[in-house]
Design a protein around this ligand. Structure first.
Ligand code: PNS
Length: 159
């Protein structure tokens, strides 16, 4: 059984994330989407809300499950018998830091990282930009799945 993990903050999940998860799910037997619980980062959605949204938008994919984690991703990999970390690469600007993390994770724990090149349709997309545009009235309907758009609209109206 080849199990891989797609880790991230997912605050919130975007269509770019879903593209990577879907493509990983066609390559691996099982994909765990792992949401980082990071107390040092101010988030719009709680970890549980992010997990709920991810579960909702991946529910049709039988070999995808969603979990949360804290601490090191390599420890999550060991505890869950994960063969590799899968990351999306949007542009060269992502590469330096992603390469550094991949090499650190391999050096420290022998955990491999596989990179999937982001669909050019989503090359510019990030959760931060979605939140910023949505906050000031931008139309992000084509960038996030519908349940996320609904929750984003409600959350931003509250804040
Ligand atoms: O969506 P993000 O915030 O870009 O995801 C970054 C994430 C969660 C994949 C990365 O920060 C991570 O793996 N954090 C877990 C802590 C860890 O293992 N740090 C060492 C990385 S070499």
């Amino acid at each position: 059984m080849r199990r891989v993990v797609v880790p991230g903050s997912f605050d919130p999940v975007t269509n770019g994330h879903l593209d990577i998860v879907g493509r990983a799910a066609r390559l691996a037997d099982e994909v765990i989407v792992a949401v980082l619980r990071n107390p040092n980062k101010i988030a719009l959605f709680t970890v549980d809300e992010r997990v709920e949204m991810l579960r909702e938008v991946t529910k049709e994919q039988a070999n995808v499950r969603v979990a949360k984690f804290d601490g090191l991703i390599v420890d999550f990999c060991k505890a869950n018998d994960v063969s590799a970390i899968v990351k999306g690469l949007r542009a060269v600007s992502d590469f330096d830091y992603e390469l550094q993390m991949a090499q650190m994770n391999y050096n420290q724990a022998g955990v491999e990282t596989l990179f999937i090149s982001t669909n050019p349709l989503y090359a510019f997309l990030s959760s931060s930009l979605v939140k910023e545009f949505a906050k000031y009235g931008g139309d992000v309907a084509s960038l996030v799945p519908e349940p996320v758009l609904d929750r984003l609209t409600v959350r931003l109206a509250e804040s």
